[in-house]
Design a protein around this ligand. Structure first.
Ligand code: BES
Ligand code: MN
Ligand code: MN
Length: 462
């Protein structure tokens, strides 16, 4: 066993208990009531980086939640790895669907995690994966095996759109100079099917409001003679997709990257079991755009989904009312070459155009993000591939993911850096959902794989 692995295996209990301490801090970025806890989580990461051997680590203020920056520069002749992650988490709602409290981590076995999984909000997304980097760094420092310079940028606003990170990158291009960005905030196909994410979707997110009468009306006195904003909103939303599940917004597909048959055949080699997929989420059937597989629908094709819809009376019992207003939140996942601002604009224009004269509509854009594809022919990808091959005993499969990490495109635009998405979660880990968890196996696999990456990257950059 190598010295680093020796060090990791003799410190396992502590590595796990420290992560549990981090998971106890409810760093919910979306909810201003948790501002102090967000700050506390930032301080926690900063302190652990210093303890692990960073030359410098600081909590950098922004207009929103702070960014933790840390670094260990060994030798200017060596390549530099910029590690990115986020310490903020999604709100845990709905609370009553958790089997144990979201910020009181417990370890339980599951079918896919026979070695146990840590149940807590943020365990997989992304505190558990960020902390792998902190502990891998400690292990490399303690054994004298840190083979590259390393910089850490761990933010507290990923789950709310990374709005202040862009400015931070622009203001600190010198400090953040590096050779590659390494991110563990994605997943693998299965614990015995290692993979590396090579594509992320972009995002356009809007809120819509449909206004009818100037007040809520008695549905008997007025019903049948006036526009009902909720009915109209439902009709408008229904018209946004065609029978064969194409998105019905003029121009929406104009810039969509079309993959070649060869590329699609290559992608189809990744293992995917439709029955298992349906079973795992309790569905009797799937649906989606005609002409594409489920895997393609959730990665290389754009989507439009209602994330929330409300209006009128939703309390107990029946109230006969025609609401004055109806609302919905709508997200569109985008694929390479689609521009989020352009799509938002196309959506807004179209949505306004399909509204009947009897109502008025308002479209408010929320944060968006650009799609990203990462190369597989770079030294950094090869370093990650070889690292995973060493620790999993199998060569990882490159695959495109369906989620979004908007900052990845900006690393390239602002810092000129490519990213390697070497994540260790599973789709079944329930990120953003009740009972989020992260495999103990995955946590330690990550801690073991990261030093291999550093070693390989130094070697390949020579
Ligand atoms: N880590 C996720 C994104 C992710 C998860 C990508 C799994 C690929 C595989 C990230 O924290 C996230 O949730 N991103 C948001 C976007 C953001 C703008 C709120 C998303 O994808 O909804
Ligand atoms: Mn994340
Ligand atoms: Mn997330």
């Amino acid at each position: 066993m190598s010295e680093v692995n020796q060090y990791i295996s003799s410190n396992k209990d502590r590595f796990l208990s420290e992560l549990l301490d981090l998971l106890r801090i409810p760093s919910i970025s979306a909810d201003s009531r948790y501002k102090e806890d967000v700050l506390k989580a930032a301080g926690f990461i900063k302190d652990r980086l210093i303890e692990a051997g960073a030359d410098k680590a600081e909590v950098c203020e922004t207009a929103g939640h702070p960014i933790v920056y840390g670094e260990k520069l060994v030798d200017s002749a060596l390549p530099t790895v910029l590690v990115y992650g986020h310490y903020d988490v999604q709100p845990p709602d709905p609370l009553d669907l958790w089997d144990s409290p979201p910020f009181e981590p417990v370890i339980k076995e599951t079918e896919l995690h026979p070695q146990g999984a840590i149940f807590a909000r943020g365990s997989c997304d992304d505190k558990g994966q960020v902390y792998m980097h902190v502990k891998a760094f400690e292990a490399m420092m303690e054994t004298g095996e840190l083979a590259c310079n390393v910089k850490f940028i761990i933010e507290g606003e990923e789950e709310v759109g990374s709005e202040n990170l862009e400015t931070f990158l622009k203001d600190n291009t010198e400090m953040l100079s590096a050779d590659v960005v390494l991110v563990s905030d994605t997943g693998i196909i299965a614990n015995d099917v290692p993979s590396i994410t090579v594509g992320l979707r972009g995002l356009s997110y809007v809120e819509v409001e449909v206004s009818g009468p100037n007040r809520d009306l008695h549905s008997g006195l007025y019903g049948g003679a006036v526009p009902n904003p909720i009915n109209i909103l439902a009709e408008m939303i229904a018209s946004l997709k065609t029978e064969d599940q194409k998105i019905n917004i003029p121009g929406f597909y104009d810039d969509v990257e079309i993959l070649s048959t060869e590329e699609r055949q290559e992608m189809a080699k990744a293992p995917f079991d439709l029955e298992e997929y349906k079973d795992s989420i309790g569905l009797s059937d799937v649906e989606g755009e005609e002409g594409y597989s489920s895997m393609e629908r959730a990665s290389i094709r754009p989507t439009l989904d209602v994330n929330g819809i409300w209006g009128g009376y939703t309390g107990e019992g029946a109230k006969t009312v025609i609401a004055s207003k109806a609302y919905a939140k709508i997200s569109m996942r985008l694929v390479p070459n689609q521009d989020p601002d352009k799509i938002t604009e196309l959506f807004a224009r179209h949505f306004e155009s399909i509204a009947p004269d009897s109502v008025s509509v308002k479209v408010t854009p929320h944060h968006g993000g650009q799609p990203a594809v990462t190369p597989t022919d770079s030294p950094a990808y090869q370093a990650a591939s070889k690292a995973m091959e060493t620790t999993f005993g199998k060569k990882p499969i490159p695959f495109r993911g369906g989620g979004s990490i908007p900052i990845v495109a900006l690393f390239e635009q602002i810092l000129g850096l490519k990213t390697v998405l070497m994540g260790f979660g599973l789709d079944s880990d329930a990120i953003h959902s009740p009972n989020e968890h992260y495999g103990v196996f995955n946590y330690f696999k990550g801690i073991e794989t990261i030093p291999e990456f550093f070693k390989n990257f130094a070697e390949m950059s020579k």
